[in-house]
Ligand binder design. Structure first.
Ligand SMILES: Nc1ncnc2c1ncn2[C@@H]1O[C@H](COP(=O)(O)OP(=O)(O)OP(=O)(O)O)[C@@H](O)[C@H]1O
Length: 297
């Protein structure tokens, strides 16, 4: 049984999406959209044995856009992020990141390509301080050699100072100053998710992949996280691909929403377009709507 994201009509369950539109600096849809796409997928096919995870997936995300990817359990959302971040090699298709094309995205070069991601489950070093966790997010972007880092001079020292300065800026930006010296594992769950966001942002990514950043959060924590995700886009122009199950969050936060079902993209449009789309409603309700269409649905 798929998750039920919609009630009997295209009305979100429980949550008022307007409540998730953060106050302050907000950018209207498309304000940051440049001519070239930050990310483009073409004809992506992926299967595991006999199970099709992704089928004929095309997707284009404009620079500075917040794009949500939603769909019932098993729709292929995480597989999509894993293809984009190189953890999965697609059977067919290509991925363009910032104009460069890949059959298999090189995971080791993700940071250099300007891509950062967070994971569905928390992936922090619980025994390290919040600050150290965040500084570590800058490590992949380092260009100094092992020997330079060992000696600690020149480029390695500049990179270390830069990482600390950048971490301090992000700590301030995400309101983590009061807990920056605490061990990450001692923080409330919602704050740990915020530290994960900080660790991703410290690398100054052009493309940020967020895999269920609000899973398991309270309504208040979700509202705060939605605010920070929007703020990151507005402040840094970061393009954001967001997998999220909470339809209230998705409708309030995203510029566009792509809907997946059984590995296929079944809809792609503005929140208003998607919430009224019959195929989307059917995918979530798992029913045929032939009552008011004379069987033409
Ligand atoms: N590593 C894997 N090995 C085998 N099958 C996999 C693997 N990853 C994904 N799948 C299968 O691919 C399909 C899509 O899974 P995926 O996790 O991408 O869906 P999802 O939309 O992210 O689901 P959820 O919302 O439950 O996280 C499912 O049938 C899943 O069982």
């Amino acid at each position: 049984m798929p998750d039920l994201f919609f009630e009997a009509g295209p009305i979100p369950l429980g949550v008022d999406p307007v409540a998730f539109v953060p106050a302050g600096r907000t950018a209207p849809v498309g304000e940051h959209a440049a001519t070239s796409a930050a990310l483009r997928l073409e004809g992506i096919e992926l299967s595991f044995g006999g199970v099709t995870a992704l089928s004929g997936v095309d997707l284009s995300i404009a620079k500075g856009e917040i794009r949500a990817v939603i769909g019932p359990n098993g729709a292929g959302k995480s597989s999509l992020v894993n293809v984009i971040s190189g953890l999965y090699r697609p059977d067919r298709g290509r991925v363009w990141i910032g104009g460069r094309s890949f059959g298999h995205v090189p995971t080791a070069r993700l940071a250099r390509l300007g891509v950062a991601r967070t994971f569905q489950n928390l992936a922090l070093f619980k025994g390290l301080s919040v600050r150290d966790n965040i500084v570590l997010g800058r490590v992949d972007a380092a260009r100094s050699t092992f020997v330079e880092q060992l000696v600690g001079l020149g480029r390695a020292r500049r990179e270390r100072e830069d990482a600390r300065a950048r971490a301090d800026a992000i700590i301030g930006f995400l309101g983590l100053g009061a807990v920056s010296e605490r061990l990450a594992g001692t923080l409330a769950y919602g704050l740990q998710k915020r530290v994960e966001l900080a660790r991703a942002l410290v690398a100054s990514p052009q493309l940020l992949l967020l895999d269920e950043p609000m899973a398991g959060m309270t309504v208040t924590e979700k509202r705060e996280m939605a605010h920070f995700v929007r703020a990151a886009r507005d402040e840094f122009g970061t393009t954001i691909l967001l997998i999220e199950h909470d339809i209230g969050v998705v409708l309030g936060l995203s510029d566009r929403v792509a809907v997946f079902d059984h590995g296929r993209k079944i809809a792609d449009g503005t929140p208003a377009e998607v919430r009224g789309d019959r195929a989307v409603i059917d995918a979530y309700l798992g029913v045929a709507h032939d009552d008011d269409t004379g069987g033409q649905a």
